[in-house]
Design a protein around this ligand. Sequence first.
Ligand code: ADP
Length: 271
Amino acid sequence: MKDEGVEREKIQSRLSRIRHKIIVLSGKGGVGKSTVAVNLATAAAVAGYAVGLLDIDIHGPSVPTMLGLETPSLTGREGEIHPVRLGSLKVMSLGFLLQNPDDAVIWRGPLKMGVIRQFLSDVDWGDLDYLIIDAPPGTGDEPLSLCQLIQPLDGAVIVTTPQRVAAVDVRKCVSFCRRLSVPVLGVIENMSGFVCPKCGEITRIFPGEGGREIAADKKVPYLGSIPMDPTVAEAGDKGKVFVYHYGATATGKIMQGILAALFGDEKDKKD
Ligand code: ADP
């Protein structure tokens, strides 16, 4: 087993070449965390930033499917693994390393932590403006170690759905971030109303405005709500990034507006 101190130093040296690190969190699975991470990374790359997307959702890495990168050829050598390129976007997913997508689910805690640490120390991102991290859902040990290892983090984006039950998880996420001194960049409410594929009208289907209410209550920024749109799910299944392929649709414009607020100022951008 690798010496933990040496591994930590290696992680720090890799991360020191990345200007901004943003983690995407959710209180539970299935709320659209990976969708937000993939679209955020793509939108930032399209805007001209050097971007990496790290999918470390150990329970169900879905980034490869969402990017149409199910069978990438990985390159590297002992102790160094190169991210996969999709245009200018650099991508690394735990899913690339799993022969069977169900494997990670049965790993024991210490093994999961070891994989997370090794992943952070071995992926050779080079110089980046942004690293977007798709974290495992919840506020358990795995997101905790991630936030402790990736320091300093610019902050966390919390994704939720409108129901009150989901809002309870947002409270937990905000407390989790505060405990770890990770700034909360904001809350995104996803699947907020249904976009009719025929007429485009948005109808609310879940009760409550969980994200907005909790954001106000916890005094964290509310970034906006993304409607439930069948095209978002379809795009994800087909490996087409929504903001890239459907950016001109009503939902695409809403999503772009919310995400653009998260990647920085023009002065940040390299020529
Ligand atoms: P998580 O990462 O929180 O588990 P995902 O991003 O994998 O959630 O999303 C779960 C499912 O919901 C995926 O099939 C995704 O395409 C779909 N989805 C996410 N956001 C939306 C949306 N706004 N409208 C329709 N489907 C969505």
